[in-house]
Write a protein that binds this ligand. Structure first.
Ligand code: SF4
Length: 181
C-alpha cells in the first residue's frame, strides 16, 4: 500500500487548507479502554491542548480525528467502523495505548483486536500503558505537522484499499482475530 502521497502533488489551495486544518482539530474520543483516563488531564489548564487548536467534538460528522483510546473488542470494532465511515474527509485516526498496537495485556484474548491498523488507517500510534498527557500532546503535534505537510493520508489509503480493509474487518467480526504472539 502507498502509505504517503507526495506533498508536491498538492495545489497551493490544498496547502493553504492543510495549514488551516492543522490549526483546528476537532477530536472524537471513542473511549474503548482504560487509557481514556489520561485524556481529560490533557484538556485541563496544566496541559491545555486547546492552545494548539484541539478540542473535543461530540459527533462524527463534525470531527476531524478519531481517537481510539485503548483495547477494542470485536463487538466494539463494528461501532468504531460505523463511526469512522460517518466522518467527513479529510479525517485522521490516532491509536492510543499499547492495546491498539499489539493488544497490550489483552494480546491473547479471544475477542480483542490486537492491531488496529488492520481495520482502520491509523495515522499515529501513542505507545504506553497508559500514555501520559505529554505523550498525547506530542502525538497531536506530530499529527498537526503531518497534516500541514500533506502526509496524514490514512483516509486516502482507506479509500484506495477499501477491499483489503473490508476483508480484514469481516474476518474480525466473524471471530477470526489476528493474534500477535
Ligand atoms: S494500553 Fe493499558 S491503559 Fe490502555 S487500554 Fe490497554 S491496558 Fe488499558
Amino acid at each position: 500500500m502507498d502509505r504517503k502521497m507526495s506533498p508536491e502533488t498538492r495545489s497551493a489551495l490544498e496547502k493553504l487548507a492543510d495549514w488551516f486544518r492543522a490549526r483546528s482539530i476537532w477530536m472524537l474520543h471513542y473511549c474503548t479502554g482504560c487509557g481514556a483516563v489520561e485524556l481529560p488531564p490533557s484538556m485541563t489548564s496544566r496541559f491545555d491542548m486547546e492552545r494548539f487548536g484541539i478540542g473535543p467534538m461530540a459527533t462524527p460528522r463534525q470531527a476531524d480525528v478519531l481517537l481510539i483510546t485503548g483495547y477494542l473488542a470485536t463487538k466494539t470494532l463494528r461501532r468504531v467502523i460505523y463511526t469512522y465511515e460517518q466522518m467527513q474527509t479529510p479525517k485522521y485516526v490516532i491509536g492510543f495505548g499499547s492495546c491498539t498496537i499489539n493488544g497490550g495485556i489483552y494480546y491473547d484474548s479471544y475477542n480483542v483486536i490486537t492491531r488496529l491498523d488492520l481495520y482502520l488507517p491509523v495515522d499515529i500510534y501513542i505507545a504506553g500503558c497508559m500514555p501520559r498527557p505529554e505523550a498525547i500532546l506530542t502525538a497531536f503535534n506530530k499529527l498537526r505537522e503531518m497534516i500541514e505537510k500533506g502526509e496524514a493520508n490514512g483516509w486516502k489509503r482507506y479509500e484506495e484499499n477499501k477491499e483489503w480493509y473490508r476483508a480484514n474487518q469481516l474476518k474480525a467480526l466473524n471471530g477470526e482475530v489476528y493474534v500477535t504472539r
